[in-house]
Design a protein around this ligand. Structure first.
Ligand code: CDT
Length: 311
């Protein structure tokens, strides 16, 4: 049986603070319809796909913060998206700010099956930025203030005839993310991202260097674990803050096979043959034959960077 999935990375242009959930969901449904016309099996939306990237602001009013969070999924605003996906028979993934019944807050992504039912949930582990506002910084990235680190690890799911995993934005920069997914046999990893065009902690690091690091992370993650990678940006100028683009699909050889051309809503589509993951998994990266966990104690027993002793 063929294991070719036609996947669409559904890039999002900016979502302004003033944009309502129904307006955002209508844009997402438009992308789903286009994906259906192009006979896609899976549509991958971005991180925090329903709102502006709100962790850039210091907010102290609880009601203002809560307005960015979803208490259930699907909910009244997103149900039309789930219904349209099910009507098309398209699986999807998207990110949102999750507020649980017991008051916990996570930067979350879900995966649905073709019937619109949620089959997988991931909560972002590597939360970048700070928990405290610092007036000395030109702009803020306060994810640690609004979310706690994910508590689900990096699961994979048997879905759509393959083994699928998820991670979110900053996770892609961490080799551990890819390794934990790869060691569970991931064949397709999906992720959304909101990446400011300039590094707030290193002003000289502009869009070109950021794009280089983005590509490097995705391509290395794909190649070194022999997995497809589908990475979807929210990009463009959002509430005055530029987010870089870089929506792309990378094959298990680490090659970019499809890439966005704009900084707006745009579908980036590729046929992802999951059987192309076999070669790498059975040769260079055959864990059973070649892996030597006894040499990796430092990543299991240590935290932080270990420097050699000074002379
Ligand atoms: N959303 C997200 O994780 N963005 C980070 C920005 C880090 S700058 C503090 C990223 O890795 O793209």
């Amino acid at each position: 049986m063929s294991r070719i999935l036609r996947v669409a990375a559904a890039q999002s242009g900016p979502i302004q603070k003033a944009d309502s959930r129904p307006a955002v969901v209508a844009r997402m449904i438009g992308l789903l319809d286009e994906a259906a016309a192009r006979k896609c099996d899976l549509v991958v939306f971005t991180e925090l796909a329903l709102t502006t990237f709100f962790p850039r602001w210091l907010m102290t009013e609880q009601a203002e913060i809560d307005a960015f969070f979803e208490r259930e999924m699907p909910n009244a605003a997103t149900r039309p998206l789930f219904e349209r996906a099910a009507a098309h028979g398209i699986a999807m993934s998207f990110g949102y700010a999750e507020l649980t019944a017991d008051g916990r807050r996570f930067n979350t992504a879900i995966l649905t099956g073709r019937d619109g039912r949620i089959v997988g949930k991931y909560r972002k582990v590597h939360l970048p930025g700070h928990s405290e506002f610092d007036p000395a910084r030109s702009f803020q990235h306060l994810e640690k203030r609004y979310f706690e680190p994910g508590d689900l690890g990096f699961p994979v799911w048997r879905a759509l005839g393959g083994i699928l995993g998820m991670c979110i934005c900053n996770d892609r920069r961490w080799p551990e993310t890819w390794r934990v997914l790869g060691l569970q046999g991931a064949e397709l990893v999906v992720l959304g991202f909101n990446t400011p065009a300039v590094n707030s902690q290193k002003a000289e690091e502009g869009p070109e260097q950021r794009m280089f690091q983005h590509r490097l992370s995705l391509q290395a993650g794909a190649y070194q674990n022999s997995t497809w990678v589908v990475a979807t940006a929210k990009c463009g100028v959002e509430d005055g803050h530029p987010l870089m683009g870089g929506t792309m699909i990378v094959n298990p050889d680490g090659e970019i096979v499809a890439e966005a051309k704009t900084l707006e809503d745009e579908l980036v589509v590729a046929d992802c043959d999951l059987d192309l993951t076999r070669f790498g998994k059975q040769t260079v990266f055959d864990f059973a034959r070649h892996r030597r966990p006894e040499h990796y104690s430092r990543i299991t027993s240590q935290t932080g960077v270990i420097l050699p002793p000074e002379e």
